[in-house]
Every structure is written in C-alpha cells, then in structure tokens.
Write a protein that binds this ligand. Structure first.
Ligand code: PMP
Length: 467
C-alpha cells in the first residue's frame, strides 16, 4: 500500500492546472490528458518515487529505463552542484574542453570494447543516433563512397524522436501522421521469437532472418548501404530477445558487405543486462559504433554519447579537404554538469558492483515474472535480467490480441499503481525495467503486486465483455 512521505509544500492544484494548460507532454494520449491532466511525481528515494499527494510507489521502470543507480543519490547531486558552481558551462567547440568531459571520454574508452576509443557527446539517445548517421555518411563521403547512404533498421525498433532517429524507428504507431525520411531508411523484420511462424525452430527462424537481411542488401545493393542499426534487445518495441547467434550473424553479413554495424545500447548499456556494454559481453559482437544515453548518467542529467571505433576515427579525425573541420556538434556536447553526473554515476556502478547484482538477481526477476504466466491474459513473459516485459493477449493458444480500445496495458499499469508499483504500459505490453538496485525482497513485493493487478485486470476485462 502506498505510504506517505513528507513533501515540500507544493500547490498541487495550481501545478496541475499550469501543467494541463501549458505543458505539451511527450508520448501522451490527449484524449486522456485533457480529462485527467497530469500526475505530479515530486519525490524519490532509492527504488521509490512519490507523487504530490504523498503516495509512494516502487519504481518498476527506472524513470524511463534510465535511473540505473536508483533515486536520491546525493553524491551525484553534489558532484553536479560542485561542477555547476565551479564552471557550469563553456563551449567544447574548436579545441576547448572541460575536465569532466575529458575524464568521462577516457573512462568510456576504458569500459567499452577495446576498439572503441573515441567519444562524440550528444544530449540523449535520439541525438546520439541522429549524429551517428551524419557521421557515417561523412565517413563514406570522405572514403570516396558517396553512394553508401541507406541505413538498414528493423521494424519495431526504437531509436528516438528527432526526424532522422524517428525515421530509423520502426514502431508504426510512433510515426502515425508524422513524416519519415524514407529515402534514407529501409526496415527489415525484427526478431520476434514469440510471434515467429508457427512450428519454426529457433535456429530456422534465425536462418530465415539472416536470409531476409542478405536478400534486402542484394536488392538495394551494398554500394548504396552505409550501416545497419540494432538494439541488442529491442526495448520499446516489445523487449524482444533475438535467437542465439542472431546478432553475430547479422554483423558478419554487414562485414562481408562493407556495411557498418551500429549497436544502440541506450537501454542495454550501463548494467541493465549485467554489463557496462552488452554488445560484446552478451551478444558476441564488435560494433563499429555503440550509442549510449539513459544509464550513462542514470537520468540525473541529460547526456548521450556515440562511441566510435579506431578505424572510423582514423577517417573522421584526419584533417582533409575543406579545412579539416568536423562541422557537427551541439552547444551541450560534453556538458560539464552532465559529464560530472555521469562520472559519479559510473563510480557508483563500479563501487557497488551493480552489474554483478544484476547478473545475480536478474535471473530471479525473470523467474518471478514467469510465475505470473498462469494469468488469463499473460501470453508471454520475456526479456533478460533487468529488461523484462509481459505481453497480454486475448487468447493464449492463438496469441490473438485484445482490441486496442480494451487498453489492457493501461489496465494492468493502473491496477499495479493503485497497489504501489509503477510499471510501463506500451499498447498491450507491460514493461518492467527497474532501477538496478532492486533486491530479491523488492522483486517479491513487486511481483506480488503484479499478481494482484493481473487478477484485477482479468476481472475488469471480463466485466467489460472483453474476455
Ligand atoms: N534508443 C533507444 C533504444 C531508446 O530506448 C531510446 C529512448 N527510449 C532512444 C534511443 C532515444 O533516447 P532519448 O529519448 O534519450 O532521445
């Protein structure tokens, strides 16, 4: 049950009204928002967040897959305050720099796979992916291969919300009534083991996906393709874990065709799967570029980074042509306060062996969530370590989905929140991606709440005639 915590005096009604009248919320259903307005989250500590009315919840989504070290880490706040008072901001253009940006770049090079030693800073994950594609095009232009432009991505991938990263994104509903840069991006099938063709083995499914990838490359022509981008485990598109060996095989096809391999580790990085980077440690790949954000700073300050291989840097970092200026970068590339937050965040991850906690406790979370499979609507429980998801269905045998208007994901999330747990509804899915400091006890409490929430959801769906 939610319990009360002391809040600073905030005028709940006034803030609610200000928000409703003026804040255009991202990824928000306005038909609900106009009626209900916002819920103000005002306090946080450890694995908990509290709303303005003092109701406390277990955070089951790490903010938005990002608060990896948990909430209320005053030492991160202190590091940010120290940096902000000493030198809050100065440019990093030309040859200017600042201490946290320099130190963090070296730290990232140390933590990343051996061949990734160069860091281009961005403001978050979308801008990391966006900047990457520009750098990749620049790279091939400078190599005298200007036709290599097309980017291969996957259906149901999520890579962000700038124009270019939204175009890489393959979740159709994200782009409803928006435009996309279709001349730059081709989507191939995602790896969805749960919904793979009936009767096909995992190995045969993997062969099938690799073959489709090869065929796509052949039809577009490798000379026209710059890169392939993939999340090691697809996140927002449904926490989809690919078949064993899939990523390594996709990478081999890329190598054979002079196509760069970009891993979007915005969610999978910084411990969520038990390692700082999962590409090499878990999936046996050596990407040319790895993009990170979210857990890099645990959400304490906006920050993203694209980690570039030595091979690419040789070209990007070599003065040539028109003055040798790499003419891209943000005002906030290498923001000192964000980089100070990231350095302290990484220090905490290392000092508290948080990756090891995830490796130990992760399988317990997987098992605990799988124990909910008996509920009428739970079609699939999948994911890995601290990146999990429940897929709700109308019929387990046929895997048929409930109609959209049943809002099953919202129902489960609502029932869980009533009982003190926040999880994320995504259509008919519910994502569980907690702070990496969840213990077995937290998991037991959260899963007991989910158990009740799923039972209540079944009852409400039955009452409304959906089941
Ligand atoms: N890539 C992936 C895999 C993501 O999950 C996200 C955000 N959910 C992004 C990129 C975009 O990051 P941001 O929202 O920080 O721009």
């Amino acid at each position: 049950t939610p319990s009360s915590v002391p809040n600073q005096p905030l005028d709940a009604q006034r803030l609610w009204r200000q928000d409703k009248d003026h804040f255009i919320h991202p990824f928000t259903d306005f038909s609900v928002f106009h009626e209900k307005g916002c819920e103000l989250i005002t306090d946080s500590e450890g694995v908990f967040v509290s709303d303005i009315h003092g109701n406390r919840f277990i955070d089951g989504i790490a903010g938005l897959w990002c608060v990896n070290v948990g909430h209320g880490r005053s030492e991160i706040g202190q590091a940010m305050a120290d940096q902000a008072t000493r030198m809050a901001y100065f440019s990093t253009f030309n040859n200017l720099s600042n201490a946290p940006a320099a130190a963090l770049a070296a730290k990232l090079a140390e933590l990343a796979p051996a061949h990734l030693n160069h860091v281009f800073y961005t403001c978050g994950g979308s801008t990391a992916n966006d900047a990457t594609i520009r750098l990749v095009h620049y790279y091939f232009n400078r190599l005298g291969k200007p036709t290599k432009k097309r980017i291969l991505s996957r259906r149901n991938a999520y890579h962000g919300t700038t124009y270019l990263s939204a175009s890489l994104t393959g979740i159709e509903s994200n782009n409803w009534e928006f435009d996309t840069l279709d001349h730059l991006v081709t989507h191939v099938s995602e790896a969805n083991l749960y919904r793979r063709p009936e009767g096909m083995s995992e190995d045969a499914y993997c062969d099938h996906l690799v073959k489709e990838f090869e065929d796509t490359i052949a039809s577009i022509g490798a000379d026209n393709i710059a890169a392939f981008i993939a999340e090691p485990i697809m996140g927002a598109g449904g926490v989809l874990v690919a078949p064993d060996g899939y990523h390594a095989r996709m990478q081999a096809v890329c190598r054979a065709n002079d196509i760069l391999y970009i891993a979007d580790e915005v969610v999978t990085g910084f411990g969520r799967l038990g390692h700082f980077f999962s590409s090499e440690a878990v999936f046996d790949t050596q990407p040319d570029i790895i993009n990170v954000a979210k857990g890099l700073s645990s959400g304490y300050a906006p920050l993203g980074a694209t980690l570039i291989s030595d091979k690419l840097y040789e070209v990007l970092g070599t003065p040539q042509g028109k003055g040798g200026v790499l003419s891209t970068g943000f005002t906030y590339s290498g923001h000192p306060v964000s980089c100070a937050a990231a350095l302290k965040n990484i220090e905490i991850l290392e000092r508290e062996n948080i990756c090891a906690n995830v490796r130990q406790v992760g399988p317990y979370l997987e098992q605990a969530l799988k124990s909910l499979s008996h509920h009428a609507t739970v079609g699939d429980v999948r994911g890995s370590h601290f990146m999990m998801c429940i897929e709700n269905v109308a019929d387990k045998a046929t895997k048929e989905l409930l109609p959209l208007e049943a809002r099953v994901g919202d129902r489960v999330a609502f029932e869980a929140q009533k009982r003190g747990l926040i999880i994320r509804p995504v259509g008919h899915l519910n994502v569980v991606s907690p702070p990496l400091i969840w213990t077995r006890e937290t998991i037991d409490t959260a899963v007991a709440i989910l158990d009740e929430a799923l039972a209540a959801t079944t009852a409400s769906l039955q009452a409304d005639g959906y089941l």
